[in-house]
Design a protein around this ligand. Structure first.
Ligand SMILES: Cc1cc2nc3c(=O)[nH]c(=O)nc-3n(C[C@H](O)[C@H](O)[C@H](O)COP(=O)(O)OP(=O)(O)OC[C@H]3O[C@@H](n4cnc5c(N)ncnc54)[C@H](O)[C@@H]3O)c2cc1C
Length: 507
């Protein structure tokens, strides 16, 4: 019998936190294995509002540490991945009877000044009677504030962290579930089950990171065998996607009468993304879906502002996810802290470090804090390195996106502007790796619709762990929104055949 592989660190969970930690750790010289039971980013990390933001609302809950750290991360992350992260301006209409103007001004003043803003433009006041941002709204919103935050393609941020970790030597295993973990002397012995073949395997590690997101307690109770665990509060959030409500590139920040806020954001060229909600959740996070009440809430909250109401019939897609918030005993879901907490358990042998809470925005800082804990247990290796180290495809200037699109079009003159822009948004400088030596669309293979060619699908299968049509349509890309059912089915058939041929060749 062969000895099981042994790693310094074993990470449970291929969401943003697991993949961010894997990248940081392998880059410092630790050997790393990560297991994700489904697809990368199939949990909460593809279901966010997709903002790299300080969290203006968290100032009301005095979360200054979190807001400052998040604000500082905006420009750091933008520079690391200018293809999938970009600045966005937000228009916050002043609404009579809700937060007073002085309070909003104070919040935005802090927002502008506590977060090391260098490239992002400052806050300004808008007269909505002459500003184009006022046009799609009801005329009663005559005044607004405009401020900066960032936008991120959340699912791709996860995959690019995993890709970079793998390029640096990490062993990334998707569709691999951790079924049990036990301590044996100096090591953890971890049992893995391949979710496609049912095969099982044992590996060993000096330390486990539990980055199971909303499953973090389930991992502790199930795989590790702890009794009575209750560390996170599960809070569901849903979004609706409607045909675009406005042409402006700016997003809206709407205050609601219940004290909550929602965003309306330009999305995937043709759509508007509206969300989110906050509702306590009980069940398996994989089964989360929007409720009737959430749909009504989002439609009516947005309709308070837009001159043309948002109706149920306008909805073309919805998605929902579960926040794994650290349970700080807050009474309302919307008030529970969005900060993260890392807790080590060394009670009986090799360490287990759990991740509770966190945001996409703070994933890199969370990974650095995790590395401090890891160093304390396994000994120091390298220094912090991820700030300023571009993610795959992100090795161009933060403000150089349009130049990058032009460069791609010059190298591949057969691409139309929309296609070149889309490929640059998803793959950055790696778009040319995907296109290879193509000199005409015919060289890209079969066209599945909406500019999704076989070359892109094969690239995603070979380099980004895509296995099913869902991985490609809804996570690596959002082509699912632009394709019809027959086109999506054709992609599904193609990928099934491609997987079958790959398996046959491997046997
Ligand atoms: C509605 C909503 C909106 C949000 N908006 C924002 C936003 O705009 N900006 C922002 O910064 N943050 C936002 N967040 C927060 C952010 O999305 C989450 O904090 C973050 O994605 C959590 O990542 P994670 O890696 O901890 O969890 P996940 O992404 O859920 O990853 C955990 C992974 O662990 C895997 N796993 C679990 N058990 C096992 C096992 N036994 N074996 C193998 N794998 C396992 C799961 O399959 C899953 O993929 C939002 C969250 C929600 C729900």
């Amino acid at each position: 019998m062969t000895e099981p592989s042994t790693y310094d660190i074993f990470i449970i969970g291929g969401g943003i936190n697991g993949c961010g930690i894997a990248r940081d750790a392998v880059g410092r010289g630790y050997s790393v294995c990560l297991a994700e039971m489904n697809d990368l980013a199939s949990g909460t990390s593809s279901g966010s509002t997709k903002l790299i933001h300080g969290g203006l609302r968290y100032l009301e809950h005095y979360e200054f540490r979190l807001v400052r750290e998040s604000l500082m991360e905006r420009e750091v992350l933008w520079k690391m991945a200018p293809h999938i992260i970009w600045p966005m301006r937000f228009v916050l209409p002043y609404a009579k009877g809700l937060r007073p103007a002085w309070l909003i001004r104070l919040g935005l003043f802090l927002y502008d000044h506590i977060g090391g803003r260098k490239l992002l433009p400052a806050t300004k006041t808008l007269d909505m009677r002459n500003d184009p941002a006022g046009k799609p709204l009801k005329p009663l919103f005559s005044k607004a504030f405009e401020y900066s935050d960032g936008w991120v393609n959340d699912a791709r941020l996860v995959v690019l962290n995993a890709r970079d970790a793998a390029d640096r030597g990490a062993d990334i295993r998707t569709r691999t579930k951790v079924v049990s973990a036990r301590r044996e002397g100096e090591h953890w012995v971890i049992n893995l089950e391949n979710q496609r073949t049912g095969e099982t395997q044992e590996v060993r590690a000096g330390l486990i990171v539990n980055a199971g997101g909303p499953w973090v307690d389930a991992v502790l109770a199930g795989a590790v065998g702890r009794n009575d665990v209750h560390n996170v509060r599960l809070v569901q959030g849903s979004h609706i996607v409607v045909r675009k409500k406005f042409d402006d590139p700016r997003a809206y920040f709407f205050q609601n009468k219940d004290g909550r806020i929602i965003f309306a954001i330009p999305y995937e060229d043709d759509f508007t993304l509206i969300g989110t909600t906050d509702q306590d959740f009980d069940g398996d996070p994989h089964d989360v879906k929007i409720s009737e009440a959430e749909t009504d809430y989002l439609c009516s909250a947005a309709s308070e502002y837009f001159a043309a109401p948002v109706r149920r019939e306008d909805i073309v897609w919805t998605y929902s996810a579960v926040r794994p918030l650290y349970d700080d005993g807050a009474s309302k879901a919307q008030e529970a802290t969005r900060d993260y907490v890392l807790k080590s358990d060394t009670s009986d042998g090799p360490p287990l470090v759990n991740v509770f809470g966190g945001k996409i925005t703070t994933y890199r800082r969370l990974a650095q804090s995790m590395l401090e804990k890891i160093e304390a247990h396994l000994g120091k290796r390298g220094a912090p390195w991820t700030a300023g180290a571009p993610l795959p495809g992100g090795d161009f200037f933060a403000t150089g996106f349009d130049a990058q699109v032009r460069k791609l079009m010059a190298a591949y003159p057969f691409l139309d502007a929309g296609h070149a822009r889309r490929l640059t948004r998803l793959y950055g400088t790696l778009a040319s790796k995907l296109l290879g030596s193509a000199i005409s669309p015919g060289d890209l293979g079969r066209n599945f619709g909406a500019d999704l060619y076989e070359a892109e699908v094969r690239y995603l299968m070979a380099h980004e762990w895509a296995v099913t049509a869902e991985d490609v349509l809804w996570r690596r890309t959002k082509r699912g929104l632009h394709m019809n059912e027959a086109q999506r089915q054709a992609l599904d058939d193609f990928m099934r055949d491609a997987n079958a041929s790959k398996n046959a060749a491997a046997e």
